[in-house]
Structure formats: structure tokens, C-alpha cells
Design a protein around this ligand. Structure first.
Ligand code: PGA
Length: 260
């Protein structure tokens, strides 16, 4: 079975009450696509429950951007997986490169968080990706395989995860890898997942992230083994994000037709 196309917006540290209008607009413009493709917004924690209230009735989902490795307790300023779930989240982004860099998150912590979120019934979107230097040195695939080995939960914890391949140098820069480089990386990730999970590894969505925009979405989302996108800047405006979602739906329709 081919994974469902998922388009997830990562708002990062952006979004105030006034921006809820964008969510309402998105829900209105993309409602008819919601059953076909998975539509997710990961707002800042302050907006999570209000965003969930708008998205859920429209058949869309919300997610957190991080969670603590502990279930609860004395961790001032942190947020737990259970709290995200309580606020309406279905997904949690784990191990985004900005958190790996800004907060020194190691692969081991990423795996612990991913396992915790799964035990709370949330789906972790586990992020991996190489730096520019690693790409230039020709070790991008080795680096990502190493991150997968360290970050992905043990197979006996279940395969209800999503992987996001986000080359660090493509995030927020307007630069994207070639389609061939994306195809090679996503194939390597698929091969790794199938070795780790067996046949269940074929059903895991592998998202591409890094400067995904309305004008490159059709091309990138159509690359083999790309099952959606993790979208930063272009997810902040309903007009842009809905175009990326529509591109995802077009690709999904073509793939379904080809499979029958
Ligand atoms: P970008 O961010 O789309 O703004 O490049 C992607 C991400 O960091 O998830």
C-alpha cells in the first residue's frame, strides 16, 4: 500500500491570535481535499487548541512542534506529549534541525521523544537531514541513515511514524536539492525503513521539507517515494499552503490512477 500524501505546515515560532484567520481560510479553501490528502498544521503551543478546534471539524489535523522526554513533572517552560494530545494534537514534529541545533537534541533524545509520543497515541514526524558541508562531502545519505538508526524507535514499538527529510541547507533559504538527489535520498530512507520494519516500512510516509513552495510543489511531490511535505514559510499563508495542498492532491490522483 502506498502511504497517503500528507501536507504538514510547521509554523515554528510564528503565529498570534490574528493568524487564526489563516487557519479558518485554509479550512474553507481546502475542505474538499481533506479526505484525499492529510492536512496538518503545527502551530506554536499557544495556538494549538484553538487551531485544533478549527481544523478537526474540517477533517484536518494539528500537531505540536516538540515535546519533553518526560511524561510530566518539574520542567519549567516545557510541554509534554500528553499536553499536546490534550490540546487536540494528532502529530508532533520531533528532532527538527532547528531543535537539534538550538537545543542540542541528539538522536538518542529524538528517539526517546518519538517513543513517548507514540505511547501517548500521537504520531511523531521524525526529522532528518544533512548539512551543506555533508552534502558537498558526498556523505548526505550516510549521515541520514545514521540519524535514522539513532532516532527511529525500535520496530517493536510500532510503525505509526512519519519521516521528514529536510536538508538543513534548504530550510528557509529558497534552495532545494535536485529532483534526482531527492529521489536518491527518499529511496535510501525507504530502503532503511523496510530493513527496520519489514513490509510495514513501505507504508510509512516520507515527507520532503525545505523551501517547498507553490511553484515547486508539483515537481517535488511527484518524485518517487515523496509522500508529502513539511512546509515552513509557505504554510503561514492559507493562499500559499492551499496551493501546495492542491499540488499534493494532483500527484495523489495521478498515482492512484496509475496503480489501478
Ligand atoms: P521552509 O521550512 O519551508 O521555510 O524551508 C521547512 C521546515 O523547516 O520545516
Amino acid at each position: 500500500m502506498r502511504p497517503q500524501m500528507i501536507l504538514a505546515g510547521n509554523w515554528k515560532m510564528n503565529g498570534l491570535t490574528a493568524d487564526l484567520e489563516e487557519v479558518t481560510r485554509l479550512a474553507a479553501t481546502t475542505a474538499e481535499m481533506a479526505g484525499e490528502v492529510g492536512i496538518v498544521i503545527c502551530p506554536p503551543a499557544t495556538l494549538l487548541s484553538r487551531v485544533s478546534d478549527v481544523l478537526k471539524p474540517a477533517g484536518m489535523a494539528s500537531g505540536g512542534q516538540n515535546c519533553h522526554i518526560a511524561v510530566k513533572g518539574a520542567h519549567t517552560g516545557d510541554i509534554s506529549a500528553q499536553m499536546l494530545k490534550d490540546a487536540g494534537a494528532t502529530y508532533v514534529i520531533i528532532g527538527h534541525s532547528e531543535r537539534r541545533t538550538d537545543h542540542g537534541e541528539t538522536d538518542g533524545r529524538v528517539r526517546t521523544k518519538a517513543e513517548l509520543t507514540m505511547s501517548e497515541g500521537l504520531v511523531p514526524i521524525i526529522c532528518v537531514g544533512e548539512t551543506l558541508k555533508e552534502r558537498e562531502n558526498g556523505v548526505a545519505i550516510t549521515v541520514v541513515e545514521h540519524q535514522l538508526t539513532g532516532s527511529v524507535p525500535a520496530a517493536d514499538k510500532g510503525a505509526d511514524i512519519v519521516i521528514a527529510y529536510e536538508p538543513v541547507w534548504a530550510i528557509g533559504t529558497g534552495r532545494v536539492p535536485t529532483n534526482q538527489d531527492i529521489a536518491d535520498m527518499h529511496k535510501a530512507i525507504r530502503t532503511w525503513l523496510e530493513a527496520h520494519y519489514g513490509s510495514k516500512g513501505s507504508d510509512i510516509a516520507i515527507l520532503y521539507g525545505g523551501s517547498l513552495k507553490p511553484d515547486n510543489a508539483d515537481e517535488i511531490l511527484a518524485v518517487e517515494n515523496v509522500n508529502g511535505g513539511l512546509v515552513g514559510g509557505a504554510s503561514l499563508k492559507a493562499e500559499d499552503f492551499s496551493k501546495i495542498i492542491a499540488a499534493g492532491q494532483r500527484v495523489q490522483t495521478i498515482r492512484r490512477a496509475a496503480a489501478t
